[in-house]
Ligand binder design. Sequence first.
Ligand code: G3I
Length: 320
Amino acid sequence: TVALNTAAKAAGKLYFGTATDNPELTDKAYATLLNNTMMFGQLTPGNTMKWYATEPEKNVFNFTGGDQIVALAKATGKIIRGHNLIWHNQLPDWVTNGSWTPETLAPVIETHVRTEASHYAGKMYSWDVINEPLYDNGTMRANVFYQTLDSSYISIALRAAHAADPKAKLYINDYNLESTGPKIDAMVHLVKNLLAAGVPIHGIGFQGHFILGEVYPSQLQTNMERITALSLEVAVTELDIRIKLPATDADLEQQKADYMSVVQTCVAVSKCVGVTVWDYTDRHSWIPSFFPGYGEACPWDVNLVRKPAYDGIAMAFKNC
Ligand code: G3I
């Protein structure tokens, strides 16, 4: 069978990739497959580029973990999606619990974004500059940034990232953008406002954390095309499809069909640049600890054996 990054490129995509995380790299069998360039042409660091890891105290920066993943990507011929610069989660306490005014928080955002994006300038394919700014009902998430600066925090961060690394594609990345409804409507509205104000924004990431049987490819395609119609690119950035345990053989076949339809959708949308799974194996998936009773969300099982989902992805890339 065909290797997935090779298949993605043959289908005209830039990459098939995976999230990874620094502690997993000591797992030799895991790392061996991860390093295979024909299988994975892109990496997303799962945690070590986030604010809590990179600026744990004000103006004290640490890029050790991220640098390790950048070095690995370079050595194994992969591009990197930087993840992420601004998010309400995994923030250090000094940011979350600071008593901010617009005048004090704006420069903190600018310094964080500028310092991290400059450190990696020229090495990133893209940055998730803003992660998860919206609630599912389409209103702006009331994180510390929004509460202090209103939605101006988004343009402040995007402008700072662009100044620091003018070649990186700048993304806003969110979940539950895959079906029609108020959240995608709000994202389209946000993008239009940013473009009208001349703010640098180049892509929208559709995270793609699905529940088995709840992939609606025509809605996903419609939503991606609403974004690409604004001349942005899109990507599936964190794909996994979780199953209520124990998974039956029928569940694994359904999962194959679901993976296939997500990937087919990206293939069908010419400005969908690639697909990233939120780790390739159930051995290192976030799902069981965040959704008790669910699991087996990835295309490789805990023993690093390919599941039917693997063939679903390969078929989607091949039948284009
Ligand atoms: O680093 C500590 C470690 O010191 C401690 O011993 C251990 C005990 O629980 O926790 C470790 O921190 C964990 C961290 O991952 C690093 O491994 C946190 O508990 C854990 O909550 C955290 O989970 C991450 C999650 O984001 C946090 O929301 C996942 O690994 C990561 O895959 C996940 O990724 C997010 C994307 O960034 C955005 N979209 C959703 C996606 C899934 O939640």
